[in-house]
Write a protein that binds this ligand. Structure first.
Ligand code: PHE
Length: 386
């Protein structure tokens, strides 16, 4: 053997109860000591609850547990004069064994819960998980600003479906079937509807104007409403186009509405949105559902109308000093014909309507150069508006 000894754990045969050949007090002492040593060392080796259960049964099972065997092997065959002494020893031993089994149970339970804690602990000194605060999306923010300007003028808010019928999106707005004006709006149609009459066929609304008709079917004149919402067109996405974008529509119908009311209202609106220094200008245009129709231009609020930003040409207004903001016009009497039975007799009522693209206004307002950024959901972009 070298200088080092390996400590070898030797496996001894498990304790087994045997008959006593000698009932003298010394022999009894030895037998009891051996048994108690065995139960103690077995208890010390237990590692979990299932081992403990086997251990308990081995010693205490009523049927063939070691304690029961001791009764049969030691007590029953004891000579008369030793019976009392043996009975007493066996009873003491039994309660020692019971205590040992009980304590072992407690230890196994504790080590199980410690193992559980070790694998599943929580460091309460770590910082918590911070939920990032959301910010209002720049398009929604712009929309809310526009809507609130009109609310202050006494307008209320109406909404309508994004999946619309041909009737509301086109026909009732004075786009007759097959009329070339329909081609100005690259429409996304919903397929497999050829069996339906044209007016019932579904499409994604190309503008918020169908809600004009829906509202006039519902409410009698006079009305003042704005209609914010999403619209869809078959435009491939690029820096200034998106197949989904946002509009706000406006409609005022009453008994004495004139073109001057339209001009005054929209001039007030754009000054409230962009500041009182901007100027407005109206240019003739065409929409099937307004007559006359116009486009409102606003003096460029990026370059102040000069067409230049220091030494650089102003890109948003293409150096013209003017930016086109919205389409508008006096409601065409043909449109009122579709809702005549609800009080909109074209001989009695007049009105104006307007519609603007919110995304483009938000682009200009926040100096963003790509509309796609609005819809990619990149938090690094959106956070800047918080
Ligand atoms: N709906 C028109 C468009 O999307 C805008 C518009 C609305 C024009 C109301 C006139 C009146 O282009």
């Amino acid at each position: 053997m070298g200088p080092y000894r390996l400590h070898m754990k030797t496996k001894t045969a498990p304790y087994a109860a045997t008959k006593l050949s000698d009932y003298t007090p010394g022999a009894l002492d030895d037998a009891v000591t051996m048994l108690l040593c065995a139960v103690d060392s077995e208890a010390a080796a237990l590692e979990d609850e299932s081992e403990w259960k086997a251990f308990r049964d081995r010693w205490m099972a009523r049927k063939n547990g070691i304690l029961t065997q001791i009764n049969d092997l030691w007590l029953k065959p004891a000579p008369r004069d030793a019976k009392r002494e043996v009975g007493q020893r066996v009873n003491e031993m039994r309660s020692r064994v019971e205590d040992t089994v009980e304590q072992a149970a407690e230890r196994c339970r504790q080590s199980a819960s410690q193992a559980h804690l070790a694998s599943d602990w929580i460091d309460i000194s770590l910082p918590g998980i911070r939920r990032p605060l959301g910010a209002e999306h720049p398009v929604i923010k712009t929309m809310n600003e526009i809507v609130s300007i009109f609310r202050n003028l006494g307008y209320s808010v109406e909404e309508g479906p994004e999946i619309e019928t041909d009737y509301y999106n086109f026909e009732s707005l004075n786009f007759p079937p097959n009329h070339p004006a329909r081609d100005t709006q690259d429409t996304l149609f919903i397929g497999q509807q050829d069996s339906k009459p044209l007016r019932d066929r579904l499409l994604l609304r190309t503008h918020t104007s169908p809600v004009q008709i829906r509202t006039m079917e519902k409410l009698k004149p006079p009305i003042r409403i704005v209609i914010p919402g999403k619209v869809y067109r078959k435009d491939p996405p690029d820096a200034s186009h998106s197949p989904m974008f946002h509009q706000i529509e406006g409609l005022a119908v009453d008994y004495h509405i004139k073109f001057g009311d339209l001009k005054g209202t929209l001039d007030h609106f754009i000054k409230a949105l962009l500041g009182s220094t901007v100027k407005t200008r109206f240019r003739p245009s065409f929409f099937p559902f307004t007559e006359p129709s116009a486009e409102m231009m606003v003096s460029c609020f990026i370059c102040g109308g000069s067409g230049w930003r220091a030494a650089d040409p102003c890109r948003p207004c293409k150096q013209s000093g003017w930016i086109e903001i919205l389409g508008c016009g006096m409601v065409d009497p043909n449109v009122f014909e579709f809702v005549k039975q609800n009080g909109y007799d074209p001989a009695q009522v007049t009105g104006f309507a307007f519609g603007m693209g919110v995304d483009r206004l938000a682009l200009l307002k926040y100096g963003v150069d790509d509309i796609q950024l609005f819809f990619q959901g990149d938090v690094r972009f959106l956070k800047q508006f918080g």
